[in-house]
Write a protein that binds this ligand. Structure first.
Ligand code: RTP
Ligand code: MG
Length: 156
């Protein structure tokens, strides 16, 4: 079955250092897998200052920026690319509000986090941001092309 282009939207999802330290990597992956999304890129790394500055470039100049970059570079993160229909918006809904205390129970942040600066996971906020972030964190040869066998049971 040929895959519709709309089912191939991609988002950059990253488990932040606190999520790795708290052993929530599997939990985050499980939620995206079980929802029906397709994993096309995955790696663990300690981000450099350079990649962190570019990734969070939209927040440069804000009071929390140095703290934010200091935190994201403080340990290992798990960087991922997930694919599927409306993955950017749906991924954000699954992750929850930026401030975990305002995140609904059932969301990742609403289930596992309390503080704004320890909110476990990042998700791209638009399709344009996703494209920028995926190109920043991954080279094209790190993204897998394959047909998951479950596709006909996810998309009609
Ligand atoms: P993210 O980019 O990490 O997915 O989070 P987000 O879109 O929900 O929130 P965003 O506005 O992009 O902020 C990026 C991260 O910066 C930290 N933050 N601290 N006032 C503050 O101290 C403050 N505001 C934001 C949070 O960790 C947020 O996830
Ligand atoms: Mg953001």
């Amino acid at each position: 079955v040929a895959m519709a282009a709309s089912n191939q939207e991609r988002s950059f999802i990253m488990v932040k250092p606190e999520g790795v330290q708290r052993a929530l990597v599997g939990e985050v992956i499980k939620r995206f897998e079980q929802r029906g999304f397709k994993l096309v890129g995955l790696k663990v790394l300690v981000p450099s200052k350079d990649i962190a500055n570019v990734h969070y470039g939209e927040h440069e100049g804000k009071p929390f920026f140095p703290k934010l970059v200091g935190h994201i570079t403080s340990g290992a993160v798990v960087a991922m690319v997930w694919e599927g229909k409306d993955i950017v918006k749906t991924g954000r809904a699954m992750i929850g509000a930026t401030n975990p205390l305002a995140s609904a129970p059932g969301t990742i942040r609403g289930d596992f986090a309390i503080d704004l600066g320890r909110n476990i996971v990042h998700g791209s906020d638009s399709v344009d941001s996703a494209q920028r972030e995926i190109a920043l964190w991954f080279s094209p040869d790190e993204l897998a092309e394959y047909d998951p066998t479950v596709t006909p049971w996810i998309y009609e």
